[in-house]
Design a protein around this ligand. Sequence first.
Ligand code: PLP
Length: 430
Amino acid sequence: MEILARGDFVEELALYGGTPVRTEPWVSKYLGSEELGPEEKDRVLNVLEKKRIFRYFPQGLEQSETSLLEQEYKEFIGTNHALAVNSGTSALICALIASGVGPGDEVIIPAYTWVATAAAVAIVGAIPILAEIDDSLTIDPTDLIKRITPRTKAVIVVHMRGISADMDPIMSIASKHNIMVIEDAAQSNGGTYKGRMLGSIGHLGCFSLQQSKVITTGEGGMIVTNSEELWQRAVLYHDGAGYQFRFIERKIPAFPGQNYRLTELQAALSLGQLKRMPAILGHTKKTKKDLVELLRARNNITFSSVFGTERDLGISLIFYTSNQEQARFMTKALSAEGIPTFQVYDSNSNDQHIYLNWEFLMRKQDPWGGSLPWNNNPSQDIIEYNEKTCPKTVELLSRAVQIHLNHFVTKEDVKDVIFAVDKVSAFLER
Ligand SMILES: Cc1ncc(COP(=O)(O)O)c(C=O)c1O
């Protein structure tokens, strides 16, 4: 493309040698970890001083940092039970096992999520069945219905990039077909849907506390549920000896478990962060609402109707361009203007948020050189994964453009984004 001459009505793009909209760095993608300070330091040092770094000493079990963290979560999400684990992935695995999912079952997941959602399903011996997302970036309820078979045991609903999935239709479809609903709120901790906390709407809710999440303990996870039986099953799976310590009355038969326990140091690091969440998210939601309101009228880009609403935590700005080439150009041009921008799906990249890049799934490979669970499928159906499995998702994400937001985005930063988008749009309209 030619370089615009100075004095043209369109300002020269930084991509072609013009002056960038900003030169100071853009905000980082981290939220809770940016807030780590003296309070966390004291909490962690306190654990070291107590010399209790393992949770399950029988003495003082209820006062352990991990128990207190679970207590905070139960209150925050409003469920009867919470279980702290060592990652969001292990939270999903425990939730699937708790739901009774295993060999011969199918679990529906969206085609756009972190690879761990798919891996968790295959690890428990069930077959991941992919469903399309809609422009909210979350599972499309109309496509979910189409993917249900007599073997569907559960659906993992992912609240992606801070956006809540449309839980009302999903819950009614699931109840009609007797399907368990696991909410994967790894990327949307603190979010709500029609006033209800995410994680409390399905049968089980799973969170990640890894560093790029809203609040963090470096690595960690949490499961919430209102069902005592599901909670007991998750407890037993997260710790094969779980029933020794956790239950006043065991209501489930024994089965082998893993070790997905959280350490006291990690729990201490996270304790107290939930209190900061409303301030962090209050800021991100307001910024996002402003951005979406200001940008919605712009040519060349569109938004989902749920962006900037209650269903959006505001932790990233995503908009749609008209095609893949335009998204690629916007990504390069906005980044050159000083606002790091990403194409949500670029066929040249290996980003693990889209099913086409989940190599084990596309090739149906297990860790032992075989093809479990796919070759243990009680139905005669051959399950294949390719570009035709979820074409709408691929098309939508290849024209989607993303900018990280956090709670440090200022009014000036918002103005820079608007100006940069306008600048690039004007160039595209020449
Ligand atoms: C949607 C989603 N599910 C699950 C996970 C897994 O969480 P973890 O990395 O804590 O295992 C992640 C983490 O990136 C995620 O984004």
